[in-house]
Design a protein around this ligand. Structure first.
Ligand SMILES: Nc1nc2c(ncn2[C@@H]2O[C@H](COP(=O)(O)OP(=O)(O)OP(=O)(O)O)[C@@H](O)[C@H]2O)c(=O)[nH]1
Ligand SMILES: [Mg+2]
Length: 324
């Protein structure tokens, strides 16, 4: 009897132990399943993030690609750029105002009084831009203006031929800088020096047949007319006439060769400082050099109701192509 009771007790203990073990195993299994599920979930989220990132990259690349294709198309349709240069030589002794004048006639708003000791070798000024539909090109017409000191006069003859110079602008002046007065003063000696420098024999070399093949404009600009206001009385026109009088031998020689060779010589008396005569110089350059088919809209613009001063017998401030 006692033995039976003991074995029953032993059986009862081992039953509850196995129930506990099962509970522990079940818990462990549940935790494991949870961990695996969490891990798998994490992997799925990572994969989704990578897919999303790739999709964004693909979208960005495709938008960049369409942008590049668009740019390429624009590039194909862009007009080709061409530049046409018209060489011009400005000749005169040092200090006559070549650089000041070049800057003033090409840029009317410039204040040349603020420019000191100006030295320019070549000054390039775009004059007109043509959009050509026939060959989808854009042509920029540029005046290429070279500065030459008086001592280079013999070289000019060669340049006229070799560099196909289109216009020769001679600059002489009426005044010399006085360091004591710190301003330009009328000088007869200086005028005489320039008349000697550009005497009848020297001028002959500017009118050779080969040079004349390209050179269409001969212009004499008598600069620094503004100084005459301090020594003489008169209207601007009267002072201009006085300036011409001072350079009569030079004008006579130029007109002599002009007549002999069949080219028109223009004489302008003015001032690079005040801008007197510079619009006229600009008009002569455009009219004389730029082919009519190179004029752009800005150059050809004529305000409605405009009457050319030449038509009324006045002095042409700006001459338009039809006045040629
Ligand atoms: N009063 C007056 N001064 C002028 C005029 N034009 C130029 N000048 C002055 O003359 C001086 C010489 O002018 P530039 O233009 O440098 O003369 P340039 O012929 O180029 O001289 P180089 O470069 O030495 O050959 C400067 O101080 C100008 O300000 C003018 O019309 N009137
Ligand atoms: Mg100069």
């Amino acid at each position: 009897m006692a033995m039976e009771t003991l074995s029953l007790l032993a059986e009862g203990e081992s039953g509850s132990a196995s129930t506990g073990a099962i509970a522990i195993l079940t818990t462990l299994f549940t935790l494991l399943v949870g961990a695996v599920a969490w891990f798998c979930n994490r992997l799925v989220r990572q994969r989704d993030a990578v897919i999303e990132q790739r999709q964004t990259q693909i979208e960005q690349l495709s938008s960049r690609n369409s942008q590049l294709e668009h740019d390429l198309e624009n590039e194909r349709n862009r007009p080709t750029l061409r530049e046409v240069r018209y060489p011009i030589v400005t000749l005169g002794i040092s200090g006559s105002g070549k650089t000041a004048l070049t800057l003033k006639w090409t840029n009317p708003t410039i204040d040349v009084g603020l420019i000191a000791g100006t030295k320019l070798e070549v000054y390039e000024k775009p004059i007109s831009i043509q959009e050509r539909a026939d060959d989808n090109s854009r042509v920029i017409h540029i005046f290429s203006i070279q500065d030459r000191g008086g001592e280079f006069a013999p070289d000019v003859q060669e340049s006229l031929i070799v560099e196909k110079i289109q216009a020769l602008l001679m600059v002489v002046d009426l005044a010399e800088f006085d360091p004591r007065e710190k301003r330009h003063l009328f000088s007869k000696d200086r005028i005489k020096h320039q008349l000697d420098e550009f005497n009848h024999k020297v001028l002959k070399f500017f009118f050779t047949p080969k040079g004349l093949q390209h050179c269409k404009q001969y212009i004499l600009f008598i600069n620094k007319v503004d100084v005459l206001q301090t020594t003489s009385q008169g209207s601007p026109q009267e002072l201009e006439a006085l300036a011409r009088q001072h350079y009569k031998p030079l004008i006579d020689s130029l007109e002599y060769y002009g007549k002999e060779k069949g080219v028109k010589v223009h004489v302008i008396a003015g001032s690079a400082l005040t801008g007197q005569g510079t619009p006229e110089l600009y008009a002569h350059m455009i009219n004389g050099i730029l082919p009519l088919n190179a004029w752009d809209k800005a150059l050809s613009y004529v305000p409605s109701g405009y009457v050319s001063p030449t038509a009324t017998g006045g002095h042409p401030a700006v001459a338009f192509p039809n006045s040629r």
